[in-house]
Design a protein around this ligand. Structure first.
Ligand SMILES: [Fe+2]
Length: 232
């Protein structure tokens, strides 16, 4: 597991405690260099998830959208650091929502890229082993889980995410939806996320988002999900 290195000033630690930027994200290979977040490389080409997700979507989604969250996160951290050094905690507090939004956006997308893979490689199919056993126990079957996940995705109003998550105390699996870029945090470990923002599908699927929610199962990287399941 890679570590998430942040400038842990008291203000940032406060934001962390408040759930603005949770260590749950440490499960992702987020790349922070000397306190700066950087855009992670993808482990596959932009066109490698076709025909399920177009190369154009992947390129824009990664290079433009994710980059915006990275830049916004660094700016928010910088602003909070400066405000704190001046003792201006009111200013630091007003920036906290931006830290949540951009920090969550960076972490969610980093997890997302890693839980996808080309169908010609690890993508698609079903999990096996302990993860499949847990899915069967907690949802009844893999098929039921997939249907419930798609129902959750369809029910998101506006922008957000649906996650397969593990309760770290009980070990139980469940589906969690989050609005905007709010990260999965607290007692829950995010195992597999699906981005329900329009930017994730609109260029290819337009208003037919249910088709995108069906198609993406062909490129889910169950190896990554199983690895997160075991570590959580
Ligand atoms: Fe996105």
């Amino acid at each position: 597991m890679s570590s998430v290195l942040l400038r842990t000033t008291p203000a940032v630690r406060g934001a962390l405690r408040a759930g603005a930027l949770r260590p749950a994200a440490a499960a992702a290979s987020t790349s922070f260099v000397r306190g700066k977040a950087t855009l992670p490389d993808l482990q596959y080409d932009y066109g490698a998830l076709e025909p399920y997700i177009s190369g154009k979507i992947m390129e824009l989604h990664h290079k433009k959208h994710h980059q915006t969250y990275v830049t916004g996160l660094n700016t928010a951290l910088e602003t909070i650091g400066e405000a704190e050094s001046k003792g201006d905690f009111t200013k630091a507090a007003t920036v906290a929502p931006l830290l949540n939004f951009h920090g969550g956006g960076h972490l969610n997308h980093t997890l997302f890229w890693e839980n996808l893979a080309p169908a010609s490689r690890e993508g698609g199919g079903q999990p096996d082993g302990a993860l499949l056993k847990s899915i069967n126990e907690d949802f009844g079957s893999f098929d039921t889980f997939r249907k419930q996940m798609n129902t959750a995705l369809a029910g998101i109003q506006g922008s957000g995410w649906a996650w397969l998550a593990k309760d770290k105390q009980s070990g139980t699996l469940g589906i969690i939806t989050r609005a905007n870029q709010d990260p999965v945090s607290g007692p829950y470990a995010p195992l597999m996320g699906i981005d329900a923002w329009e930017h994730a599908y609109y260029l290819q699927y337009e208003n037919r988002k249910a088709e995108y929610f069906d198609a993406i199962w062909n490129v889910i990287n169950w190896k990554t999900v199983a690895s997160r399941f075991e570590k959580a």
